[in-house]
Design a protein around this ligand. Structure first.
Ligand code: F0G
Length: 477
């Protein structure tokens, strides 16, 4: 039997369609950076799944129960109870969003000069680790960097040999902590298996290393364990999540993803000592330990949402919708990261635009072109997102991707059909897509605010025209 969305729509938000000429002007005004577009010109907004969730009637009701007391608010107790029950961790410190939690934990766990190992970097996470004086080391399995390896069910797993080698090389005392992301955003929303979480936990324990989790998309990860890992087919995702977290010392959470809210985050942990330090820092950077930069109503909505996200019917549809889009693109021959992950379909921009070099920012160019084609907003996840290394050189990540990120409970499968049609149309006309170059490069997290312009079409210099065929001479500055 076919299934539909496991909810019905109670309130709608009208969308606006623009003309191609309007979109051409809008993307030029935005410096060819989809982050700088106004949302009013985005017909279907797949920039991110972060904070773009549709809340349920129960969450909206809970908002009315927010306790806005400066200290000791009842809303904090509700969040604490939800985290204790759903995640099995005893202590919570709220933060305004995930990176607030990353900031605090990086300050607490990292001594300058240490290393943090993780299964692929995430932009804000790595910045906070580096600002605290650490060097991030990627210990994800090799296949995660290969978009074509569709045969790997848990592409987000940590490579235990790489982690062991890092411990042998640097010494356990120089590893501040291991950061295990579930799922792995930059790899394409790829999951981590329960067996891997367990094995990483054992390796960390043997070496006295703290295991932290970036639990931002833990609910989606649990669905893949249920679907793909032996022994979990009949286990509810709520139980799988509890088992996943039983192996970690603590977590950072961006509630804007798998707690189904528009703003919010938290740290959760087992250690009283870490709790004490986090409480000390949260008052400096976020707010009192019972609100951490959020209002009481935000805490209430997050307490309800983090439980709703663990519902099997919700997760089946959620992951199914992402796959529904991915399958259409795959069937048309569009190169995407396989298998399709939990929150987004990632287009392989290198394979889509083989005529561009990575320094021409193919993913950035493709995201801009997709917007002009259709009003669909997507995001670059490639060389621009990767930024520069300590020596100021561009990092060249293996993955050069455009992310079509699906907000939770927001769009129907009819919207996915429109997105698929737009991408397939571009695929047919891909040869015409040109690269971009910087007009303004922002110093930190440059993908958010940098501006670009199209690289002028290559044409032969007049005096060389006879000797060289058209297009063979590069006259770019
Ligand atoms: N960790 C992961 C894996 C994330 O994807 C994000 C945010 C964060 C941490 C930071 O959380 O935004 O609440 O501060 N990802 C968003 C995205 C921004 O679009 O992928 P935050």
């Amino acid at each position: 039997m076919r299934t539909a969305e496991p909810y019905r729509i109670k309130m709608v938000e009208p969308l606006t369609m623009t003309t191609r000429a309007e979109r051409e002007k809008a993307i030029a005004d935005a410096g060819y950076n989809t982050f700088l577009l106004k949302s009013s010109v985005c017909y279907i907004d797949l920039l991110t799944d972060s904070g773009t969730n549709a809340m349920s009637d129960r969450q909206w009701s809970a908002l009315m129960m927010g306790d806005e007391a400066y200290a000791g608010a009842r809303s904090f107790d509700h969040l604490l109870e939800a985290v204790q029950e759903a995640y099995g961790l005893p202590y919570v410190v709220p933060t305004h969003q995930g990176r607030g939690a990353e900031h605090l934990i990086s300050k607490i766990l990292i001594k300058p000069g240490q290393y943090v190992a993780g299964n692929m970097y995430f932009t804000t996470t790595r910045v906070h680790q580096e600002l605290a004086g650490a060097t991030f080391v990627d210990v994800i399995r090799d296949e995660a960097h290969d978009p074509t390896r569709a045969d790997i069910p848990f592409k987000g797993n940590i490579d235990l040999d790489k982690l062991q080698a890092l411990i042998d090389d640097k010494g356990a005392e120089n590893i501040a902590y291991v950061n295990l992301a579930v799922t792995v955003n930059m790899a394409g929303g790829q999951p981590v298996s329960m067996a891997n979480i367990k094995a990483v936990s054992e390796l960390c324990k043997r070496n006295g290393i703290i295991l932290w989790s970036d639990a931002t998309r833990l609910a989606e990860n649990s669905w893949f364990i249920k679907e793909r890992e032996e022994g979990y087919a009949d286990t509810p995702c709520a139980e799988i999540v509890k088992e996943m977290l039983s192996y970690v010392d603590g977590l950072t959470m961006s509630g804007k993803k798998d707690a189904l809210v528009n703003i919010g985050g938290f740290l959760a942990m087992r250690s009283e000592a870490i709790l004490e330090e986090a409480r000390g820092l949260v008052v400096v950077y976020e707010g009192m330990p019972t609100y951490g930069g959020l209002s009481g109503r935000d805490l209430e909505a997050m307490a309800v949402g983090l439980r709703e996200a663990l519902d099997d019917a919700y997760l089946e549809h959620r992951i199914g919708q992402v796959r529904y889009l991915g399958d259409q693109l795959k069937a048309a021959g569009v190169p995407i990261v396989e298998p399709v992950g939990g929150h987004a379909v990632f287009i392989d921009a290198r394979a889509f635009l083989p005529h561009l070099s990575q320094d021409d920012f193919p993913a950035q160019a493709l995201a801009a072109e997709l917007f002009v084609e259709s009003g669909v907003r997507s995001m670059e996840r490639g060389i621009v997102s990767a930024g520069r290394d300590a020596d100021g050189n561009n990092r060249h990540p293996a993955l050069e991707l455009v992310r079509l990120t699906i907000p939770r409970r927001v769009y129907t499968n009819a919207h996915m059909d429109v997105v698929a049609d737009a991408v397939i149309e571009l695929w047919k006309n891909r040869d015409a897509i040109r690269g971009l170059r910087f007009v303004h490069e922002a110093p930190t997290l440059r993908f958010f605010t940098s501006r670009f312009e199209p690289i002028p079409a290559r044409s032969p210099l007049p005096e060389q025209a006879e000797e060289h065929p058209v297009g063979a001479v590069d006259v770019r500055p």
